[in-house]
Design a protein around this ligand. Structure first.
Ligand SMILES: [Ca+2]
Length: 219
């Protein structure tokens, strides 16, 4: 299913309230290049659905607080996250596959499959803190508690030189109130407008027993 940002009444309301929208002008930004595929590429049968996750429970305000905890604790393994597609206006929604709705950090790792080479645009809707690394490159961060709820990034141009599975590492936390995390993309040749589709579940995978990798600092 392809759900778009403006395809839901809630999302439209968010967009109007926040004044944020995907801006075609932002696509003039220089594309992120040099992403590294997973090598060797995994056999299709070896790839499990969704992204692997470990949870860390504390009332984080800043991403560095979560990352400090990650460096000293193993965290709690959770069931895989089948896709990064959430949008809740309620206060008691459990964060992904955890059993809590507040004070949750998630160290999310796995693979994302780019079905063809070319120029993609990715966008991130987040509440609260987020840092993403893709193909060994820093992709995006909005790393601290979101005082005004959900925030949508500009589209981020990403040049994919070769189709296939790329490592993705997502550090995310929800402090309190509502939470949200969506990963959206447009594929090569698709219009980058106000609507970007959710990255579908079939684009995500993980290998069992993959080492969890810390997301690097930006720059
Ligand atoms: Ca929140």
């Amino acid at each position: 299913m392809l759900r778009t940002i403006s395809g839901t009444a809630i999302a439209v309301a968010f967009s109007l309230m926040s004044g944020l929208a995907l801006s075609p002008a932002a696509s003039a930004q220089e594309a992120l290049t040099g992403l590294q595929r997973l090598e060797p590429q995994p056999e299709a049968a070896a790839v499990q659905p969704g992204l692997a996750v470990r949870y860390y429970f504390a009332m984080f305000d800043f991403m560095w607080e979560m990352e400090r905890l990650v460096r000293s604790r193993d965290g709690h393994p959770g069931e895989p996250i089948l896709k990064i597609d959430t949008f809740f206006e309620e206060y008691d929604e459990k964060v992904f596959t955890s059993d809590r709705s507040q004070g949750v950090g998630a160290l999310i790792n796995g693979l994302i499959n780019f079905p063809e080479a070319g120029l993609y645009h990715l966008a991130v809707l987040s509440n609260d803190g987020i840092r993403i690394e893709l193909g060994g490159k820093f992709l995006f961060e909005d790393p601290d508690k979101h005082l005004n709820g959900n925030r949508l990034s500009d589209p981020i141009p990403v040049e994919i030189a070769e189709a296939g599975w790329y490592p993705i590492n997502i550090n995310y936390f929800q402090k309190k109130g509502t939470w949200a995390l969506d990963l959206l993309w447009s594929k090569p040749g698709e219009v980058v407008g106000e609507e970007l589709p959710i990255v579908p579940a079939e684009a995500y995978g993980h290998l069992p027993n993959t080492e969890h990798v810390f997301v690097s600092e930006p720059g």
